[in-house]
Design a protein around this ligand. Structure first.
Ligand SMILES: Cc1cc2nc3c(=O)[nH]c(=O)nc-3n(C[C@H](O)[C@H](O)[C@H](O)COP(=O)(O)OP(=O)(O)OC[C@H]3O[C@@H](n4cnc5c(N)ncnc54)[C@H](O)[C@@H]3O)c2cc1C
Length: 430
């Protein structure tokens, strides 16, 4: 049995490592279009590799996997974050769980994860600079005219892998080519006639106002509001968490999460939308009003700027947006302006005019539709012997280590599926 893995990324290399351990005899060839395996893993988490998450804050998987949460729920029964952490620790990687539940190697060096995986792949042939152009189902062996092939008793379909300079036939093919923000990146699958969910980017920041022009809010670049509720007006998309004001707009965990959940809706609306921000973490207008009233009553002679529930610069900006001078005494603000301020703090609106990359850390929403695969084994329903794992599938997550966890889980499941083919499977030669 020969196995080809297409793409030497997180899912492909983890699959190869597990399969190799399960069956050291199996021939595994990896085809990688780049010059090196695992080049993306090497830059994950800003070079520190946020390899998984403790999932402590995750009540339901759809919070973190906007696409594919049901699949991940099922697959985690086979290999979840505990298994991933144990696996890396057994390989000698010490891990740390940060206060925000993200898991990193203690060395804070993604290269430790890269070298651990490479060590596990000894004996696996990695063909670098080999972009796979086509996967073609070959007729069952005993129907091929080639005399050498005619001797084989098996009637299973095998698959020819073509690159520019190489062509070879395999029993199993594992497709782990990662996300592709363009549909053309999936052209190499065209012979397989699969259902594809059009890919669009996920995990991005929002541009506010005209590109290259500063707006009053972007003058505050660098300011963080730690607990906001933010959402897209007229939709059900909303998220919570810290928000960072940037050069061109808004970023930070709350925005990245929102961009992930609303990735397709935003693409369909050409990244034009109204963003609302509740600067007080989702408190109602009335609650905000009462809170401010109390502060003002307790400090009638103090300036409005001094009763700030937010960072000073942001607070002053919001006061001025309401028409209140930061120097105005609390006792002089009056009910009308207090109401206006409470309304603004609970529902401040900005025009999203586009999207920008977040530290190059984007993922793809869409790809090979989950309707093509067996959700227990990740095998293609139409083409037995072909498997999919990782971001190529229509599965993606918010930031926090969840995307790599999906790659480890799916890589593991495919290796197990290939190793333990049921007796009825056409590729089971036992
Ligand atoms: C800058 C950055 C930082 C990130 N940081 C984190 C993080 O800290 N934590 C986290 O959980 N997630 C992170 N992510 C997301 C995470 O890296 C991916 O979700 C994950 O790597 C997906 O794994 P994969 O194996 O599916 O694809 P990849 O790791 O992308 O691997 C796919 C491989 O296939 C190769 N390939 C593509 N097409 C072909 C072809 N036709 N023939 C041959 N080879 C091909 C590619 O060159 C690539 O090496 C980050 C992403 C980026 C871009």
């Amino acid at each position: 049995m020969k196995t080809a893995i297409i793409g030497a990324g997180a899912a492909g290399c983890f699959c190869a490592t597990i399969l190799r351990r399960l069956n050291p005899e199996v021939q595994i060839d990896i085809y990688e279009s780049g010059e090196k395996p695992l080049k993306k893993v090497a830059i994950t988490g800003g070079g520190r590799c946020n390899l998984t998450n403790s999932f402590e804050e995750v009540k339901s998987l759809n919070q973190v996997y906007p696409r594919g949460y049901n699949l991940m729920k099922r697959l985690f029964r086979q290999f979840d974050h505990h298994d991933a952490m144990r696996w890396f620790e057994d390989e000698g990687v010490r891990l740390v769980i940060q206060d925000d539940h993200c898991v990193f190697p203690q060395s804070q060096d993604a290269m430790e994860i890269v070298s651990t995986l490479l060590r596990g792949m000894q004996g696996v042939k990695i063909h670098t600079c080999q972009r796979v152009k086509e996967i073609t189902p070959c007729p069952p062996r005993n129907e091929v005219s080639d005399s050498a092939e005619e001797d084989s008793p098996s009637k299973t379909t095998r698959y020819r892998i073509d690159t520019d300079s190489h062509s070879e036939v395999y029993d199993h093919v594992v497709v782990t080519t990662g996300g592709s923000p363009k549909l053309s990146g999936l052209n190499f699958l065209s012979n397989l006639d699969l259902e594809i969910v059009p890919p669009v980017p996920s995990l991005f920041t929002f541009n506010i106002g005209e590109r290259n022009e500063k707006t009053p809010i972007t003058e505050l670049m660098g300011v963080v509001a730690n607990h906001v509720e933010t959402g897209l007006a007229g939709t059900r998309f909303k998220s919570y968490g810290p928000l960072l004001i940037t050069h061109w707009g808004m970023s930070g965990p709350a925005i990245l999460k929102l961009s992930s959940h609303a990735a397709r809706w935003l693409a369909e609306n050409d990244y034009q939308a109204t963003l609302y921000v509740n600067w007080m973490g989702g408190m109602s207008e009335e609650e905000i009003r009462n809170m401010l009233q109390q502060r003002m009553n307790e400090n009638p002679k103090k300036q409005a700027s001094t009763i700030h529930p937010l960072t000073q610069r942001l607070w002053n900006y919001l006061l001025m947006k309401t028409g209140i001078s930061p120097e105005c005494r609390c006792a002089e603000i009056g009910n009308k302006r207090l109401n206006k301020l409470a309304a603004l703090l609970s529902n401040d609106n900005y025009s999203i005019t586009g999207q920008s990359r977040y530290k190059e850390e984007f993922v793809t929403c869409g790809g090979v539709s989950l309707s093509n695969i067996d959700t227990n084994t990740l095998e293609c329903k139409k083409h037995r012997g072909i498997y999919f794992a990782g971001e190529i599938l229509d599965v993606d997550a918010v930031t926090g280590g969840f995307n790599l966890q999906a790659a480890w889980t799916m890589g593991y499941v495919v290796a197990q599926s290939i190793h333990t083919l049921p007796k009825s499977h056409p590729h089971n030669s036992k």
